[in-house]
Ligand binder design. Structure first.
Ligand code: BGC
Length: 513
């Protein structure tokens, strides 16, 4: 076992530079106005002048062109093609919103609303289908060059997510995020992105929602890449998310930051939590937050670095009881802790929903299979008064957004936060009053967090500009501000009422009642 651990760190060690650079918190500028101090506009309930509004998408969910111009398969191409039965209506992203051919229509929609930035993701397997430069596809580079240039012509700032779930199948065959090799591949990929696009892209997000894809992709094995290794796979995946993120941050510092002057962050997801009953104390709420957001945020943004102490201690204890010789949560040396800590200019955060929590009083049972959920040791429920969107998990709890932002402020000394997603699902109606209500109430909580609580938030991103492929839910749930006609080969984009709502928000800097 010792040999395995040493072998592991030797492998990782090869990829990590030996010195440590601390994060500089270069908050990106996403609007072309002079920055004003936080608190600007307190009396008038206005978003501060530096505050930016944008919209988001992800490559697999909109692009289509799944095998065009030498693109290779990603784990989501594999899932939808080999296991169509897992997706509602056996849908897939082969064509999706056809943005590979129609990205100009997406930009026209962004322009019409008045968004100042566009968060999109790059499909790794479109430019490096075998993960590294041996398979460089210039057609893929050209596609993203065209997209970026067209955005800049429209005065819209590109915000690029490097990986939004769609790991190249080739990299997955080598172990994907469960393997330390991933760190090296991700570094080569990011280097390629900085080299080709970094003269024009100034805001980078390494990973999207690692909690979600590590838990479902490498734990329960219910989503891409369908790896079923509960209690072990999630923690390995998360570890390589953190190592690859920090490696890319330091790469940017060493090689690109001086010339390109951009920022590198990461996007986390997580719910806020409320006590399920009067016996549930704040420690239980905090436990749930640590196991979800703290898992990734503590190593990056806390003073001490490393995983949350509660997780380190409890998972080691559970592992021992399972007769393991090492913790299922990978160990972080002091050097690695320092390497990761501070390696983010900003914290990207996707907020959708909240849950009630109470302590799971059952004794830890070492004979049943482990999982992150079991380690977390809480039971989740919902308040009956919470309204639900079309998605079964999306309970509408606007105050949770303010709750999380204040938790970030308290835990991590008020880091710069970009809300990288927030959105509401329905059947796709054009008169989407419920979506407008959703955004109105969330923006109200956000404004309170900024103006009253002084949370350091500099931008808000809607999910999504257009209806798209909603992973296992296929096209049965719609999140767009623009309707897409998926039964027409032209995939026409038609504005919904919510797009007009955002136009007013952006023009006035206030929330229309
Ligand atoms: C993901 C998106 C997804 C959205 C709605 C987020 O968790 O980043 O890809 O479409 O939620 O489910």
């Amino acid at each position: 076992m010792k040999l395995t651990i040493i072998g592991y760190w030797l492998l990782v060690g090869i990829f990590l530079p030996s010195y440590v650079v601390q994060g500089t918190h270069n908050t990106p500028r996403l609007v072309a106005v002079p920055a004003a101090p936080i608190g600007d506009g307190v009396d008038v309930r206005k978003f501060p002048s530096y505050f930016a509004f944008g919209a988001a998408t992800a490559a697999y969910q909109i692009e289509g062109g799944w095998n065009e111009d030498g693109k290779g398969a990603s784990v989501w191409d594999t899932l939808t093609h080999q296991h169509p039965e897992l997706v509602v209506d056996r849908a897939n992203g082969d064509v999706a919103a056809d943005s590979y051919h129609r990205f100009r229509e997406d930009i026209a929609a962004l322009e019409e609303v008045g968004f100042s930035f566009y968060r999109f993701s790059i499909s790794w397997s479109r430019i490096l289908p075998e993960g590294d430069l041996s398979s460089l596809r210039l057609a893929g580079i050209q596609y993203y060059n065209n997209l970026i240039n067209s955005l800049l012509e429209a005065n819209i700032t590109p915000v690029v997510t490097m990986l939004h779930y769609d790991v190249p199948q080739y990299v997955q065959n080598l172990g994907g995020l469960a393997s330390p090799l991933f760190v090296q591949y991700f570094k080569i990929y990011a280097d390629t992105l900085f080299r080709y696009f970094g003269d024009r892209v100034k805001v980078w997000i390494t990973h999207n929602e690692p909690w979600d894809f590590c838990v479902t992709g490498y734990g329960s094995g219910t989503e891409g890449p369908l790896v079923h290794a509960p209690g072990v796979g999630e923690y390995l995946c998360a570890h390589h998310v953190l190592l690859s993120h920090a490696t890319v941050f330091h790469l940017y510092d060493e090689k690109y930051r001086k010339e390109q002057a951009g920022s590198v962050g990461i996007t986390l997801s997580g719910r806020f939590f409320y006590p399920a009953n009067s016996k549930t104390g704040p420690d239980v709420v905090d436990r749930a937050l640590q196991y979800q957001l703290g898992w990734f945020a503590h190593p990056l943004f806390s003073g001490a670095g490393g995983y949350p102490p509660l997780m380190v201690q409890e998972i080691a204890d559970h592992s021992l009881r399972e007769n393991r010789t090492m913790s299922r949560l990978p160990e972080m040396s002091d050097e690695i802790k320092q390497f990761i800590r501070g390696s983010a200019d900003f914290l990207g955060y996707n907020y959708y929903s909240s849950r009630l929590v109470e302590l799971d009083k059952r004794d830890y049972n070492e004979s049943s299979p482990p999982s992150v959920e079991k380690d977390t040791g809480v039971l989740y429920s919902v308040d009956r008064s919470w309204k639900r969107a079309k998605s079964s998990w999306l309970y509408v709890v606007p105050k949770g957004l303010r709750g999380v932002l204040n938790w970030f402020k308290k835990e991590y000394n008020n880091p710069p936060v970009l809300i990288t997603e927030n959105g509401y699902s329905d059947d796709g109606q054009l008169e989407d009053h419920e979506r407008i209500d959703f955004y109105r109430s969330h923006l109200t909580q956000l404004l309170d967090a900024i103006l009253i609580d002084k949370c350091n938030v500099f931008g808000f991103t809607t999910w999504s500009i257009v209806d798209n492929f909603e992973w296992l839910r296929g096209y049965s749930e719609k999140f767009g501000l623009y309707h897409v006609n998926f039964s027409s080969s032209n995939r026409e984009r038609v504005p919904k009422l919510s797009s007009k709502f955002f136009k007013t928000v952006i023009q006035s800097g206030t929330i229309p009642t």
